[in-house]
Design a binder for this molecule. Structure first.
Ligand code: VGL
Ligand code: ZN
Length: 206
């Protein structure tokens, strides 16, 4: 079987960068790696967290609750976040140094206020697809290489979904940074990704 690879850049948005409202430590360090890799893949796509201002994952949408509290959203346990990646705002935009010229399609997630959507493929209840799977299938993609922000949320869920959808799935470790709200979250995320069938690599291996 012939393989065809796509690079999937997860949420390289200002709000996840140092200074952003949901900053991932050292998150901007991956932009350079993303730019280097973009030129060597035949297909490059990106996701953007793209929330309405009243999204149910925001603590501000739940009077009396604060950032880091848990609630339920769409029947699922939900961590409450600061307001981030509101559609059309600066925080939702790509990091200014990201080379977007090689990105052929951008997929938005988290657009429905009533459900969280960590995966770039579908929401947490798996009710609605973003279009990423259809796009990759249409391009004949068999192998996906994933990296971005944050390792322990959107990268994790995107990788698990890719494995479940039958892609040969690679995680590019130096293209990822995590939140580690609990100190071993990223280690646990890598363990879960490996268990699901993903292979962890470094950009220098490509
Ligand atoms: C993300 C928390 C909330 C992510 C998105 O991109 O990892 N994390 N929304
Ligand atoms: Zn979000």
């Amino acid at each position: 079987m012939t393989t065809k690879s796509a690079l999937v850049l997860v949420d390289l948005q200002n709000d996840f960068m140092p200074g952003g409202s949901l900053a991932v430590p050292d998150g901007d360090a991956v932009v350079k790696v993303a730019n280097q890799l973009s030129s060597i893949f035949p297909v490059v796509v990106a996701t953007q967290d793209w929330h309405p201002a009243n999204h149910g994952s925001f603590a501000a949408s739940h009077p009396g609750k604060k950032i880091g509290d848990m609630t339920t959203l769409g029947g699922l346990p939900q961590m409450l976040w600061p307001v981030h990646c509101v559609q059309g705002t600066h925080g939702a935009g790509f990091h200014p140094d990201l080379d977007t010229t090689k990105i052929t399609a951008v997929f938005h997630k988290g657009t429905d206020a009533s459900i969280e959507s960590y995966s770039g493929f579908f929401d947490n209840a798996k009710k609605r697809a973003t279009g990423l799977n259809d796009f990759l299938r249409q391009k004949g993609i068999t192998d996906v290489y994933v990296g971005g922000l944050a390792t322990d949320y959107c990268v994790l869920y995107t990788v698990l979904a890719a494995c479940e959808l039958g892609y040969k799935t690679f995680v590019i470790k130096d293209l990822c940074r995590g939140i580690d709200a609990d100190k071993n979250d990223c280690i646990a995320a890598y363990t879960d990704m490996i268990k699901a069938g993903a292979t962890i690599i470094l950009s220098k291996d490509l």
